[in-house]
Design a protein around this ligand. Sequence first.
Ligand SMILES: *[C@@H]1O[C@H](CO)[C@@H](O)[C@H](O)[C@H]1NC(C)=O
Length: 182
Amino acid sequence: ARQNSFCFSTVIFSMLLLCHMLAGAFLQFFLSGKRVSSENINFYNVRPPLDPTPFPNSFKCFTCENAVDNYNCNRWAEDRWCPESTRYCLTIHLFTEHGQSISVTKKCATGDECHFVGCHHHRESSHRECISCCEGMICNVEIPTNHTNAVLAVLHARRASGGSRWTASGALLAALVVATLS
Ligand SMILES: *[C@@H]1O[C@H](CO)[C@@H](O)[C@H](O)[C@H]1NC(C)=O
């Protein structure tokens, strides 16, 4: 049994070594600009070295709970991938009638949670609460303060055309549509 496990680790080690060599060849192919023979390289096995995305279309959100203001939320926000069941970044901003922040909460959210975007008045306290959602990598940097920015901003054009210019205008258009409807 001991010999078997030694054999096994030798095989694993050889495979790792092979992977390493393949990755090296892959890098050399791109860095040198020279055409190294690529016949034996399986490009599907080469993984990006830095912080690989956990699944297709994965994204991150600023995440905080009841921070005193936006600065303190973003400053301590966790840098974490959102669960696959979520699609948006949600922000809840509670503030006084003079616009002074009381509480900022940011998190990953499902489409259902984003049905509640908009602003409303707390009658007793005269505080206001605005909720916004957005789609995209760490998109919830700002906090909603009025009906113009307390909207669901989605990236309709992203998958259709792929251009970054269209992504921005797509988000703006979607935001306007949602604002008009609400
Ligand atoms: C909404 O808030 C944004 C940012 O604070 C501000 O620039 C904009 O003028 C406000 N819009 C309205 C309609 O008050």
